[in-house]
Write a protein that binds this ligand. Structure first.
Ligand SMILES: Nc1nc2c(ncn2[C@@H]2O[C@H](COP(=O)(O)OP(=O)(O)O)[C@@H](O)[C@H]2O)c(=O)[nH]1
Ligand SMILES: [Mg+2]
Length: 244
């Protein structure tokens, strides 16, 4: 049994999924894995079902009919986790841009570091990139500046998608209020945690450009991010993220 659940959203990750599953289950600490697959045409979900034969106790799958966005995938995963007794819930990409070994440091920052949320950060000392294209680095750095300017959130890497949440954070946030699907989702979750007074730590990580598969990054995700940040700040004047 494990009190730690790693949620991985997948869309066309056939080139990464088996290696990722085996890597997570090889770590020094036991983790459970929940894959949220959006009907990947490349058969990612079938590969997970195959692997579930080998890992029946700790590998889980939610299949959704079509590509519904990373944000709604995580919200579905958080709801699933809260129906069970997991104490730590993680977000991680499937393409090894996030190094699964760093799950242990994110966990420590919450379990023994006294934080409620730990963020795998590229923008604190010791954080960085390997092989990530210059235009993505520029976009990501500008996004961080813009988010901090508009919201004053005080997090160096607000679009980061490698996160550990203590259960109480997900129990307190009204998940119905989190409506964005792309980067804005990552910003809004951290914004909500900050607004609700939770302790957030940034843990330095190295983000490595994916080798297998292609990025699902799109203009729509950027547009949603730019407008979304303004909406998040504006809404915060009138409503709370605290679940009633
Ligand atoms: N379920 C689901 N997963 C998605 C969707 N879009 C992206 N992902 C997954 O989210 C993770 C991050 O996406 P990626 O394309 O690597 O984004 P990038 O690193 O910003 O270029 C990967 O594991 C993707 O397979 C989606 O619409 N639905
Ligand atoms: Mg990626």
């Amino acid at each position: 049994m494990s009190d730690c659940l790693v949620i991985i959203p997948t869309y066309n990750e056939m080139g990464n999924i088996e290696k990722m599953v085996r890597k997570v289950f090889s770590l020094a600490r036991p983790f459970h894995l929940l894959i949220i697959d959006d009907g990947s045409p490349d058969g990612t979900a079938n590969k997970v079902k195959e692997l579930q034969q080998e890992f029946p106790e700790n590998l889980f799958l939610i299949q959704r009919s079509g590509k519904l966005g990373l944000g709604t995938a995580y919200i579905a995963g958080f709801r699933w986790a809260l129906q069970k007794s997991y104490q730590y819930v993680f977000e991680m990409d499937c393409d090894f841009s996030h190094n699964p070994d760093d799950l242990l440091r994110l966990h420590d920052a919450c379990q023994s570091g006294g934080n409620d949320v730990s963020v795998g950060s590229r923008y604190v000392p010791g954080g960085g990139f390997v092989n990530w294209p210059k235009d993505r680095i520029r976009l990501s750095k500008n996004a961080s500046l813009y988010v901090n300017l508009v919201t004053g959130i005080g997090i160096k890497d607000p679009t980061a998608g490698f996160i550990c949440y203590k259960r109480k954070v997900l129990e307190t946030i009204d998940l119905d209020k989190i409506r964005f699907v792309g980067y804005a989702f990552q910003i809004e979750m951290k914004f909500a945690a900050r607004k609700l007074g939770f302790k957030i730590a940034e843990v330095p990580i190295t983000f490595t450009e994916r080798v297998e598969g292609v990025s699902k990054m799109s203009r729509n995700i950027i547009k949603e991010g730019i407008i979304g940040v303004l909406q998040i700040q504006w809404n915060s004047f009138f409503s709370t993220y605290r679940k009633k």
